[in-house]
Design a binder for this molecule. Structure first.
Ligand code: IMP
Length: 203
């Protein structure tokens, strides 16, 4: 039987991206839907890294499974790095969060609408705690465009392609996104860790 890896997120968009990024690991990927009794974790940390570790530790301790979790957000330069750590709490829905962001940037011209997405992925298992950081730089559009992805994707333009993340397919987005960058490092590390722990197990 394959060892299980818990992808500890209740965000559908993140889940789909992370599952695809880790699909070729020799592990059975499971989600929080398999553990409906587990509560939410308060994201009480003061950095993306603290929050990612907090979530991964919590779900590893409760399930005993090798666990990945992530914390991510959008940092807009003209807003002093907001919404940042509070991205998920910036509004009650994706539409509300986007409307608020565009309203706050109303008077900011195109060339000053620079932003970045940051993702910290945490991996926690027996005797194991590691984090991996990914970021991607872009610009906030004047209006939303595209219908793929989630969150701020319709207003985040990736300049090398001249498209918003919501105009890219999931594979195209993950090739350049903050989450893709963080989880490819995590995946490579995990492959090595598994081969080392497999070797230890057969000694
Ligand atoms: P949290 O990591 O659950 O605290 O929430 C991160 C929030 O940042 C999401 O709810 C989105 O609003 C935003 N965010 C993070 N990553 C992405 C992304 O890849 N696309 C669009 N929005 C994102």
């Amino acid at each position: 039987m394959r060892q299980k890896l818990l992808i500890a997120t209740r965000n559908r968009g993140k889940w789909a991206e992370i599952r695809e990024l880790l699909a070729d690991l020799p592990l059975e990927l499971v989600g929080l839907d398999d553990f409906p009794q587990l509560p939410e974790v308060a994201e009480s940390g003061t950095t993306f890294e603290e929050n990612a570790l907090l979530k991964a530790r919590f779900f590893h301790e409760r399930t005993g499974l090798l666990t990945v979790a992530e914390d991510s957000g959008l940092e807009v330069e003209a807003l002093g790095g907001a919404p940042g750590l509070l991205s998920a709490r910036y509004g009650r829905s994706d539409a509300e969060r986007i409307a608020r962001l565009l309203a706050e940037l109303r008077d900011v011209p195109a060339k000053r609408r620079t932003a970045r997405f940051v993702c910290v992925a945490a991996l926690v298992g027996p005797g194991l705690e590691r984090t991996f950081v990914g970021e991607v730089r872009g610009k906030i559009r004047l209006e939303p465009s595209g219908s793929n992805g989630f969150g701020f994707d319709p207003v985040f333009e990736y300049p090398p392609l001249g498209k918003t993340f919501a105009e890219l397919t999931r594979v195209e987005k993950s090739a350049v996104s903050h989450r893709g960058r963080a989880f490819r490092q995590l995946r490579d590390f995990l492959l090595q860790w598994l081969s080392r722990s497999g070797a230890r197990g057969t000694e």
